[in-house]
Design a protein around this ligand. Structure first.
Ligand SMILES: C[S@@+](CC[C@H](N)C(=O)[O-])C[C@H]1O[C@@H](n2cnc3c(N)ncnc32)[C@H](O)[C@@H]1O
Length: 277
């Protein structure tokens, strides 16, 4: 059984980890520029990880947990208890959006409170989606779950595992600039052709031009430094990666989160460039 993650996350690799694992690089350190819920870190045994994502709320949450899992659990439990109702949800969502933008202007910063609120929103919002409007406000509606799960075990496991990880809020280009000669890279960008909100983990989105730039940058790193590279994407990205010389594996993947309730399996690709010594 795969280890579950702290957050619900669109595109989480928990359900396909057994199919993905054999194709991951066999290196000492794994670099993950699109780490999301860290499903891959929580289900692999690299000696070290570089965990990065552009979503600052997500990375702040991880950093708070690493700094003090017990403090985070205590604070997060307070947000959870007795607050599984619409009024509390929208109150917390407002607080989160206000606090986030006030952060640079208040004397005593509140990253722990922000992390707890983000975690509460993730576990109580509709389908665990992470979506922002053009102003950057979190805007997912209330999820109406009977009893949202409090993943204490997963938080503790993450805190332990992440002692071997560097965690940073970075655009993927900046993460790739930190790749060293012996690293393996696993990229799981928002899927190409995602017509719905699954691809909106932050305000900017991920365009076809971004997909092309990423694929070319990965090929360049493999050519210049020899790092082994694995990429997940939708089948729509198949020719992009095949044309650059990646080996393509097609897999059936159950959807973890579907905005329209459609959880039918969909085809995905795992594109691989072997390492060059
Ligand atoms: C498909 S999800 C990754 C899921 C992850 N593998 C998991 O198992 O949970 C894609 C991730 O890419 C991140 N992302 C989107 N645009 C990005 C960018 N320009 N640079 C870095 N990360 C980005 C999103 O915040 C999201 O967490």
């Amino acid at each position: 059984m795969a280890n579950k993650t702290i957050l619900k996350w669109a595109g989480s690799k928990v359900r396909i980890i057994e199919k993905l694992r054999p194709h991951l690089p066999k290196t000492k350190r794994l670099v993950e520029p699109f780490a999301g819920s860290c499903a891959v870190m929580m289900n692999t045994d690299y000696e070290q990880y570089l965990i990065a994502d552009v979503n600052s709320d997500l990375i702040n949450l991880y950093i708070q947990i690493v700094e003090s899992p017990q403090l985070f659990i205590a604070d997060a439990k307070e947000s959870f208890d007795g607050n599984n109702n619409e009024w509390s949800y929208y109150y917390s969502r407002n607080m989160f959006n206000i606090l986030k933008f006030a952060l640079p202007y208040i004397e005593k910063p509140a990253p722990l409170e922000l992390a707890s609120l983000f975690f509460y929103l993730n576990r109580h919002c509709y389908n665990g989606l992470c979506r922002y409007n053009s102003k950057g406000d979190f805007n997912v509606p209330f999820g109406k779950y009977k009893k949202p799960y409090f993943p204490e075990r997963e938080i503790i496991a993450f805190g332990k595992k992440a002692t071997n990880a560097v965690i940073a809020k970075l655009e993927w280009q900046d993460t790739l600039s930190l790749v060293e000669g012996n690293d393996g890279i696993y990229c799981d960008p928002p899927y190409m052709g995602g017509r719905d909100s699954f691809t909106q983990y932050h305000t900017a989105g991920f365009t076809n031009a971004d997909h092309e730039a990423l694929a070319i940058a990965l090929k360049d790193i493999n050519d210049s430094q020899g790092n082994p590279i694995t990429v997940s994407n939708s089948v729509l990205a198949k020719s992009l990666y095949a044309d650059l010389g990646f080996t393509i594996h097609e897999i059936e993947a159950p959807r973890t989160i579907a905005a329209n309730g459609n959880r039918k399996a969909a085809k995905e690709i795992i594109a691989v460039l072997e390492g060059v010594k």
